[in-house]
Design a protein around this ligand. Structure first.
Ligand SMILES: Nc1nc2c(ncn2[C@@H]2O[C@H](COP(=O)(O)OP(=O)(O)OP(=O)(O)O)[C@@H](O)[C@H]2O)c(=O)[nH]1
Ligand SMILES: [Mg+2]
Length: 235
């Protein structure tokens, strides 16, 4: 059967990316490190969430961040300011991180610390509700954010992102009194495309709902660590 060139190219590209992503995940598993890929449209609150969550959980978890941005290091600087090791990954014209970029970021991270000493690696993806969902980077779980100001129809209009997500955070809930949106409709639409996702309502601004998200996160990190096979010890 004849296949259009762009389909073949697209599939080859995704297959090559998947191969690299699997390789990244092998490293994460060897280090017993949980990797989360955090995605959303621009400005939904990824960096703000990480600032608050990393500050709250750093007494309990050793964390680092790979920070994807098209041009600046602004988000990397914000996160470094909360005291976490951050490696900026500048994507140039690319609207998403891919597995090769994350692999490059890991090499830089290894020059600064031993990843096996970490519990959790955050990857903040480029702000975009479409492309990042197509390119695995080796993460164990995908976290998608959707702010209440974006409207309740977005899970239906951008289903790939929300279908792929293991966890969906409905963000900026402190703005609900000022925005004509029904938060339960947002949740209904998330569940319509993905009934298995964990859904939390949070505000990184006021802290509302953050406790529940943090408890889930701690339990997930601990479950993941417990599920990893014990390291081989040389006799
Ligand atoms: N009211 C309110 N504003 C928030 C909240 N979280 C983030 N913001 C604001 O939303 C704007 C964007 O937040 P960021 O954390 O930079 O969003 P982002 O998703 O990291 O943005 P990109 O990395 O550029 O895609 C900033 O002005 C934040 O102060 C929140 O919970 N409540
Ligand atoms: Mg950001």
């Amino acid at each position: 059967m004849h296949m259009p060139l762009e389909d073949t190219l697209g599939r080859n590209l995704l297959a090559a990316n998947q191969h690299r992503a699997d390789h990244n995940r092998e490293h994460f598993d060897a280090w017993k490190l949980l990797c989360l890929n955090v995605m959303s449209s621009p400005g939904a609150g990824k960096t703000s969430l990480l600032e608050r969550t990393i500050t709250a959980l750093s007494p309990e978890l050793a964390m680092a961040v790979l920070e994807g941005d098209m041009t600046t290091q602004l988000d990397a600087d914000r996160l470094a300011a909360v005291g976490v090791p951050v490696v900026p990954i500048t994507t140039g014209r690319a609207c998403h991180l891919d597995a090769a970029m994350v692999s490059g970021g890991l090499t830089l991270l290894q020059q600064r610390l031993d990843p096996a000493a970490l519990d959790l690696l955050w990857v903040e993806n480029v702000g975009n509700l479409v492309c990042p969902a197509e390119f695995e980077v080796g993460e164990h779980l995908k976290v998608a954010l959707l702010s209440v100001t974006e409207g309740d129809d977005k899970p239906l209009k951008y289903p790939v992102m929300f279908r792929e997500a293991d966890c969906v955070l409905i963000t900026k809930i402190d703005l609900l009194p000022y925005v004509p949106v029904d938060v339960s409709r947002i949740e209904e639409h998330v569940r319509a495309v993905n009934p298995r996702a964990q859904v939390f309502r949070v505000s990184a601004g006021t802290g509302q709902g953050m406790g529940e998200w943090h408890r889930w996160l701690l339990a997930t990190v601990r479950e993941h660590a417990a599920s990893q096979p014990p390291a081989l010890v040389n006799a």
